[in-house]
Design a protein around this ligand. Structure first.
Ligand SMILES: Nc1ncnc2c1ncn2[C@@H]1O[C@H](COP(=O)(O)OS(=O)(=O)O)[C@@H](OP(=O)(O)O)[C@H]1O
Length: 366
């Protein structure tokens, strides 16, 4: 009898404990969701998630490994790591931190595959364009070059997506890898990811571009042969060596033909590398229009630095010093024999003409 009375008085306590446990579990689950774990692919099993984290941890090494290449034909740049800025590295809006201006926003952010990619060209002004775009509150971009579609494709789209910064709905995810434009397999691969991807190509006079490319290689390997001797297969015959990547990249019409097998012209935008320097806000207006964005990046964001010889970025709302790209951008080019330059100009003429015709735009290089 005494036992039974005790049993009956313990029952409500047990019920209360049970309800309390359920409430506690719900509360912990809600807290877990608020921290953000629930928003990223909840269907993943625990071991898959930790696999992905392990991949992420390996990224710097993987990226570095994939960047070690033959210096003459396929050299990498400090730019691959996205470390283009010269000063005030602590300024979150302008340094290589992937957060950009909109980085402070939290909430229902998630990592998405890029809807727009700067696919080229090497030494065209791709870093400047990406950094200009990162001023836009509706754009989030990965700072380093992922080289997914040319060097890391076997790692899969999920690996690629993990590299991207988180975005809110309505924000665009972007990346830049200049070698995509000239790599055969890339158009088909980007098309397989999404046929709607917007593609931006920064183009520059192919002769200056080749010299810029050579200058970069020489900065890392001072003993390489002269620009003049690399340009020709054989100095006595004057035949241009089109197997040298510095020459090959500038045959824009050839590369573009491959892209047009997969994408309509309306999905490609060609930005003039020259105008990006002489009229950055005008060129940025075209880019923002192409991306379907409000015109947020304007002349107020640019300040021409006569010492550097390039536009640098400023935040209109602050008095801080304008930020210029780092020393790997705007290197002094060596003097090249004018006859060799003329020979290269003649070589590129038909390619340029075709390129102007295909794009409907005369870039004025001839
Ligand atoms: N605002 C600004 N500041 C500095 N540099 C600028 C800028 N706008 C365009 N450029 C030109 O960008 C050239 C480098 O091009 P990329 O960034 O595409 O190079 S890379 O392929 O990523 O290595 C770089 O080429 P070089 O002058 O030959 O170094 C610059 O001419």
């Amino acid at each position: 009898m005494e036992y039974s009375a005790h049993f009956h008085s313990a029952q409500p306590v047990k019920n209360k404990l049970f309800v309390f446990c359920i409430m506690l579990s719900l509360w912990v689950y809600m807290l877990y969701c608020c921290v953000g774990y629930c928003s990223t692919t909840p269907t993943f099993m625990m071991d898959e998630r930790s696999n992905r984290r392990a991949l992420q941890r390996q990224d710097p090494e993987m990226l570095l490994k994939s960047q070690s290449r033959d210096l003459l034909n396929n050299d990498s740049d400090a730019d691959s790591r996205g470390d283009g800025w010269e000063e005030n590295k602590g300024d979150a809006a302008y340094d290589e931190d992937d957060s950009g201006i909109a980085g402070a926003v939290n909430g229902s952010e998630s990592k998405k595959l890029p809807q727009a990619i700067i696919i080229g060209v090497k030494k065209g002004g791709t870093r400047a364009l990406l950094e200009f775009l990162r001023l836009h509150p509706d754009i989030r971009a990965v700072g380093a070059e992922p080289h997914f579609f040319d060097r890391n494709y076997e790692k899969g789209l999920e690996w690629y997506r993990e590299l991207m910064p988180k975005t809110l709905d309505g924000q665009l995810t972007m990346e830049k890898t200049p070698s995509y434009f000239v790599t055969k397999e890339v158009p088909g691969r980007i098309h397989a990811m999404s046929r709607d991807t917007k593609l931006i190509v920064v183009v520059r006079d192919p002769v200056t571009r080749a010299i810029s490319d050579y200058t970069q290689t020489r900065s890392k390997k001072p003993d390489i042969p002269s620009f003049e001797s690399l340009t020709f297969k054989n100095l006595s015959t004057n035949v241009i060596d089109t197997s040298w990547s510095a020459v090959q990249i500038g045959m824009y019409a050839r590369h573009l033909e491959r892209w047009l097998q997969f994408f309509p012209m309306s999905q490609l935008l060609f930005v003039s590398g020259e105008r990006l320097i002489s009229d950055p806000s005008g060129e940025m207006a075209r880019v923002q229009h192409f991306l379907g964005l409000r015109r947020e990046v304007t002349h107020k964001h640019f300040h021409f630095n006569p010492a550097k010889g390039f536009p640098c970025l400023k935040r209109p709302e602050s008095n801080s010093k304008p930020h210029c790209l780092g020393k790997t951008k705007g290197r002094t080019h060596p003097n090249i024999n004018p006859e060799v330059i003329q020979r290269l100009r003649d070589f590129y003429k038909p390619f340029n003409k075709k390129f102007y015709h295909m794009t409907g735009h005369d870039f004025g290089w001839d």
